[in-house]
Design a protein around this ligand. Structure first.
Ligand code: THU
Length: 135
């Protein structure tokens, strides 16, 4: 599956966002090494700090179903004027399950798409070697 097709899956996932507070929907689509596709949407809470981003929803859903290595991620933010990359917390979680060269592809409603990598988004990844040793 190419990155544009993965992006379309992220956009579809964004429709399931539960975002009554921010009205800012986000969808994420992860391609697993085993070929499976996993999506997630942001899930907000009236206790704002409990909100979970689309990216972490996708990761936790995938890992809960047995997929642990991901080769690509797409993020769609259809309510944003510009492409939205993963937040800092999500970068840390994603780096647990993706190689540093894995592509991260993201966009907003203006049609622009940004291509990055997990390593580029999270340089000097904290405790990177520790995660590998524990596998
Ligand atoms: N959000 C995500 O789901 N992913 C991101 O990459 C950025 C932010 C969500 C969290 C919150 O529900 C809303 O977008 C506004 O921050």
């Amino acid at each position: 599956m190419d990155l544009d097709a993965l992006y379309e899956e992220a956009l579809k996932a964004a429709q399931f966002a539960y975002a009554p507070y921010s009205h800012f929907r986000v969808g994420a689509a992860l391609l697993a090494e085993d070929g499976s596709l996993h999506t997630g949407a942001n899930v907000e809470n009236r206790s704002y700090g409990l909100t979970v981003c689309a990216e972490r929803s996708a990761v936790f859903s995938a890992v809960s179903k047995g997929s642990r290595r991901f080769t690509a991620l797409a993020i769609a933010a259809p309510d944003s004027d510009y492409p939205v990359g993963p937040c800092g917390a999500c970068r840390q979680v994603l780096s647990e399950f993706m190689d540093e060269g894995a592509p991260v592809y993201f966009g907003g409603k203006d049609g622009r798409r940004v291509s990055a990598t997990i390593g580029g988004l999270l340089p000097f990844d904290s405790l990177h070697d520790l995660a590998r040793r524990e596998e």
